[in-house]
Each structure stands twice: as C-alpha cells, then as structure tokens.
Design a protein around this ligand. Structure first.
Ligand code: XIL
Length: 356
C-alpha cells in the first residue's frame, strides 16, 4: 500500500510526528521563510492594515501578523473620529497599543490618516466653521498627532482621497472651509511635526492610467513645484476579479511618479471575488493571480517600496460590510489558513530576481 505525500508548502504542516500505516514521518520544523523575510530580501516592506479588537482578543491574529508582516497600518484607530472624542481632547490609547505592538515585533508603521472626509467626529461635522477656525483645527490636529508619534512612523498618509473620480478636487469639508490650499498646508504641518516621516498622498482608482491618476499626477507635480514636502503616492488598490487595472498601466504610472522623484506604496490592497465567475476554487486561483501580478509590478518598479494589504484574514475584512455581500478578499481565510493568494506571493518573492 502506497503512501502519497503531496508536495505542500511545509509550514502548512505542523511540526511533529505523523504516523500512517506504521510509517512514521518526521515533519521538520518550518523552514519556509515568511512573507516578511522574503520581502526584506527583495528590499520592500510587506504589510497589512490592523484592527484593534482582534489584535487584543485573538492569539491567531497576533501570531500570523507578527510572523508574516513587517509593516502595519492602523485600519481605524488613527483616524480623526477615534482620536478626537471632543474638540479639546485626544485619545491615543488604542493607537499607542498598536504602535507598541509594531515596535515589539520590529515592524514599521504607516500612519493613516491625517486629512480625510470620512470618519470625522460629530462635533466637527456639525460645527459651522470659519476658514480660520478650520485651519486652526486641522493644524492643531496634525501637529499634535504627528508630534505624538514623532520618530515612530515610517510614512504618513497625510491627505486621503482628495480627488474626485472626474479629476476635480473632491468637495469635502476641508475644501469648503479652507479651499484647495488645505492640501499643501497639511503636508507642511506634518513635515514640521516629524521631519523624518515620509509624507504620502493616498487615493483609490488612480492606480492605472486615466483621468483620476492623471489628476493625481498633476496635483503632486504642482505640490513639488511649490516645494511642498511630499515623498510619495499611495495606490490603495481595492480591486476585484472583474476590475483590476492592467499591470502595464500601473507600471507606467509608477514610472512617471518615479521621474518626479516620488516613491509609491501599494497601501490597501484587497481583491473582491463576489463579482467573479466560476467555482469558489477557481475564483481563489484568479484572485491569487491578481495579487501576484500586483506584487510583481511593485517589485519591478524601482520606487515601489511597500506592498500593504487592507487586512490579512477574511475573518476581518471591511469588504463584506462595505459591499453588503459576503466575500473573501484577503490572503488568509477565516481560520487563518493561507489561501492560494498567499502561496502566490510567497512563490513570487522566492523567485530569483532575474526571472521575475
Ligand atoms: C475603512 C475601514 O476598513 C473600515 O473598517 C471603516 O469602517 C471604514 O474605513 N479607504 C481608506 C480606508 O483610506 O481608511 C478605508 O478603511 C477604506 C477605504
């Protein structure tokens, strides 16, 4: 009677002894390097957004996170609303815990986010603000938050989603109260508060070429002309089986940003499978290919320094709530088991540079 051992990536097996038909196989301690080890050899950071509750309550969450990633982005706890319960107070407790976790596990941090139109506290949304008041609120916020984490954040998403899909500035509370200058002001204040942090403009839908990415390009080009301290552009990369920008276009976009001297980070990648065709298994394979292609684009671009996903386990993804439909957009399943997308990233990172 034969014993078939399938070629599985080793760390899917637990170290120890497996006995089958009197034959004892010793399974070696895991030798497959993690995503973070492999990414470090390639000179990029690989990361994920992190939620405070599972970080506190789920040992599997902590374990996988610490094992696999070397950069994290707080998914919510550094946003305006949680940080500012009242106009006069700051609550850094949850964000501080995340920063401490990152430091214990030798991870970098992407700070997210200083200026955005969502997740603002009620007191701010309901207040009638003069221009001067809005400027003073935003300036204080940026000084205080960036100052609090000075020296601990590798990159800040300073301004998020300021561009509308038609290529004009989005009509937000900040545009309405301050005017378009709010963007450069925010970068200057952030730089004053932490001169060593890299400062990013972050958005979605501007990954490939098109009206929105052209508008973002012009925006950052103008900022540079005005000597505004900006270091990079974040490409969120919330994509799906049916709508993923073409790798060549993304490469193109990264290249023109590099010619401006800017870095790029993939900042929030996830791949929805709800709109795809085929069996679940087929969708997960298609999903794996998209993750692989996007990481490959990043690896090939000299200015792409971080590849960050918007979560890592399907147990904690924003997609089902956002789309109101079940999904499985991340690289580990709900039980923290690696999915085809995980193996695709590992395999790509393991390949020698020449054959990429
Ligand atoms: C999302 C979080 O994932 C959710 O938990 C929250 O309810 C809403 O915000 N673009 C961004 C992120 O820049 O901050 C958003 O995060 C997802 C879209």
């Amino acid at each position: 009677m034969g014993l078939i051992i399938q070629a599985q990536p080793f760390f899917a097996l637990n170290p120890g002894n497996v006995t089958a038909n009197q034959i004892t196989i010793k399974i070696a301690q895991t030798t497959t390097p993690s995503l973070r080890t492999l990414a470090a050899e390639r000179g990029i950071k690989i990361g994920t957004a992190v939620r405070d509750l599972p970080l506190k309550n789920e040992p599997n969450y902590q374990k996988t996170l610490a094992e696999q990633f070397n950069i994290i982005t707080p998914e919510n706890v550094m946003k305006f609303e949680p940080l500012r319960p009242t106009p006069d107070s700051y609550n850094f407790e949850k964000a501080d815990e995340m920063v401490a976790f990152a430091s214990r596990n030798k991870m970098n941090l992407r700070g997210h986010v200083l200026v955005w139109h969502n997740q603002l506290p009620k007191w701010l949304k309901e207040k009638k603000l003069s221009r001067d008041e809005a400027i003073s609120i935003l300036r204080d916020h940026i000084y205080k938050v960036v100052g609090h984490y000075r020296g601990q954040i590798m990159a800040w998403d300073v301004v998020n989603e300021a561009m509308a899909d038609d290529g004009r500035l989005r009509n937000t509370i900040w545009l309405q109260t301050i005017g378009p200058e709010y963007i450069e002001m925010a970068f200057r204040w952030a730089h004053e508060a932490d001169p060593d942090a890299k400062l990013f403009y972050n958005d979605y839908g501007g990954e490939g070429r098109g009206r929105k990415s052209d508008a973002i390009y012009r925006l950052v080009e103008q900022l540079l002309l005005k000597k505004v301290p900006i270091d990079g552009v974040g490409l969120q990369m919330h994509v799906g089986l049916n709508y993923t920008p073409r790798p060549q276009e993304i490469a193109n976009n990264m290249l023109r940003l590099s010619e401006l001297g800017l870095e790029v980070h993939i900042t929030e990648m996830d791949v929805k499978i709800q709109d795809g065709y085929g069996t679940r298994k087929e969708r997960l394979v298609a999903q794996a290919n998209i993750y692989r292609q996007m990481l490959q684009v990043c690896l090939k671009a000299s200015n792409c320094k971080a590849f960050v996903m918007w979560g890592f386990t399907d147990a904690h993804s924003w997609i089902p709530q956002f789309t109101n439909r079940p999904d499985a957009a991340l690289i580990f399943d709900e039980n923290y088991q690696p999915k085809p997308a995980f193996y695709a990233l590992v395999e790509l990172l393991r390949q020698p540079v020449e054959v990429r």
